[in-house]
Ligand binder design. Sequence first.
Ligand code: URA
Length: 230
Amino acid sequence: MADASEPRLLEPRRRRILYAMGIDYWVRRDLPASPCAVADSVEARQPPPRAFTPAVAPGWEQLQQAVSSCSRCELSHSRRHTVFGTGDQSARVMVIGEAPGEEEDRQGIPFVGRAGGLLNQMLLAAGLSRETVYIANILKCRPPGNRNPSPQEAQACHDYLQQQIRLLQPQVILAVGGVSAANLLQTDRSVGSLRGRIHHYGASGIPLVVTYHPSYLLRRPAEKAKTWDD
Ligand code: URA
């Protein structure tokens, strides 16, 4: 009988998905070679690609699974839960925040803490709701102490967000906060200077609007009026 503690062999399809997602995997040398073994051992020596290839582009479920077992950066050691994203997977509006905070890390859902409460109100003010938009973050894991994401962490998570955008194909992206805007627009300009006009994201030029992060608005309520404008 098979030993339940023994790692299951990864079948070729799964290996190709992991490879395409830049996720390392190990192949046992002591087991008989499969017909794919030679090709796979060559694949396994290649550096992980920086982007998914269309032939193996994952669906929502595969992507969520990949995120939940991700160990691309140090945050995987301190997180309680990964925070993939939530909402309508055919939404026209995608809200992109910075990174999970303590409550999000606890629940595995984005924007459920105090900032999330205010985000909900902001959405309602725009005639939207959490359920009718899709909400995700630049990072899928909480940086300890809620510090800003490092460039390495943002880079490690980049493909996941890219794939969420590819799957969703939103008509508009709302970047909340400076970290989100900086990563999406590759800029170091302030939210104050980026808001109030329409930017475009990626090769397909998805319209992108920048506004203040709800956490910032909780600290500076006087700025809320600007966000209602946005
Ligand atoms: N702040 C964010 O940017 N994202 C969250 O999910 C929660 C707080």
